[in-house]
Structures are given as structure tokens and as C-alpha cells.
Design a protein around this ligand. Sequence first.
Ligand code: Z5A
Length: 208
Amino acid sequence: MQGKLIIFEGVEGCGKTTQIQLTSQWLQSLGIEAVVTREPGGTELGVDLRRLLLETGKNHIASRTELLLYAADRAQHVEQELKPNLASGKFVLCDRFIYSTIAYQGYGRSLDMDLINQLNQIATAGLVSDLVFWFDVDAEIGLQRKRSSGEIADRIEEEKIDFHKRVQQGYGELAKTYPEFIIRIDASLSKESIQQQIQDKLSKVIIN
Ligand code: Z5A
């Protein structure tokens, strides 16, 4: 049986990592094997690419270079992690996927959407997700949460607020375009209420 690829998306600090952990625990409690992974950084090579992409204070990375590095991370992730786990019937919970590239490099950096779509196509080699949860929260609130968590800001978090607002707008446009498989979650709600909504939606996927 083919597994299910479930994607968690949103601006920084939207709460996706928290919800992935809770969802994984819930699935395990039902006896369903779940793999948790992320982009960038879901493979050994990806860990190195993630460091290059997110560390601060290094050489300037041109926008097209950044796009290609995310695509390289994804191509490796799809081959080495996503496809094998899905082929063995597992639930894969993935922190970010192609929608991040559309939102960050497309809306945030204003790179050409056709180019982004072509690269996403090459990187995924036709692999499509089964469901996407979009954690909808104001960019300012997300960044505030990140600052309060005490984590050191990475290269993308250091971008100006207008960049983060364009990213948030990009997610909104995506959710409008693909309402049938991008599920909007009001990420300003409590962690418990968000997790309940995720479980309600995923229960239907499990039955199917
Ligand atoms: N990126 C890109 O540009 N292009 C691409 O194609 C891809 C990625 C794939 C990866 O970062 C970076 O790469 C990202 C986009 C870019 N930009 N940045 N920066 P990431 O995904 O690894 O990291 P992040 O986006 O900064 O997310 P995060 O640190 O993992 O945060 P999060 O998952 O959204 O939230 P969290 O860790 O679950 O929660 C953050 C804090 O809020 C924490 O203290 C929680 O306890 C708290 N929290 C969580 N939920 C709630 C609720 N409901 N209420 C109140 N507080 C909450």
C-alpha cells in the first residue's frame, strides 16, 4: 500500500513544527507508523544545504542561487527519503515542500513563477502531496513567537517585514487556488484546538 504525504506549511513561527510532533504522536498512538521530515535538511546532504541556506553573516546568496539550492535539497529528499517511505506504506509528515518555494522565492523574492514551477517539477519528479495544512497567522505574530522562543534568527527571518508579508500573501493565494487540497488552519488558535482540527481532517485520510 502506498503511504500518504502530508505537508505542513506557513510563515515562520506559525506552529507547524509543534503540530507535526503532536500529529506524529497521535498517529503512533493509533498504531500508524509516521515519519517526520523537513525541507531543507531532510537528508544528510540536505543538512549541509540547510546550513548554507540559513546561516547568517555569510556571503550574499543571489535569489536564483537560493532557488536552485532549495531545488537541490528537494530532489535529494524526494529520492532518498520521501519516495522510499511512501513506497513502504508510511505516513510522511513533512515540514515544508514546493509551496514554500512558491511563497518564499516566488512571492517573497519575486522570482519568475514559471521557472519555479519547472524547478519544482524537476525536483519532485512527479511526486505530489496528499494533503497540505497551511497555518495561517500574521507574519508579525509568527516572528514574535520565534523571538520569544529564544531561537537565534536565521538568514530568512532577518528579512524585512514586507518580505514576510509577501510570503504570507503568497500562501493565501495558493490556498485560494487549490482549496480542494490546501487546508487552511487558523494558527492563532490554541495548540490543542489546532491539533484537534488536524486529527479531524486526517481521520478521513486514514479511513480512505
Ligand atoms: N524556505 C524557502 O525559502 N524555500 C523553500 O523552498 C523551503 C524553505 C523549503 C526553513 O525554516 C526556512 O527555509 C524558512 C523558509 C525557507 N524560513 N525561515 N526562516 P524552517 O521551516 O525550518 O523554520 P521556520 O519557518 O522558521 O519554522 P520553525 O522555527 O520550525 O517554526 P514553526 O514550525 O513555524 O513553529 P513552532 O516551532 O512550532 O513554534 C514557534 C513558537 O511558537 C514556539 O515557541 C511554540 O511553542 C509557539 N507556538 C506554536 N504554536 C502556537 C500556538 N498555537 N499559539 C501560541 N504559540 C504557539
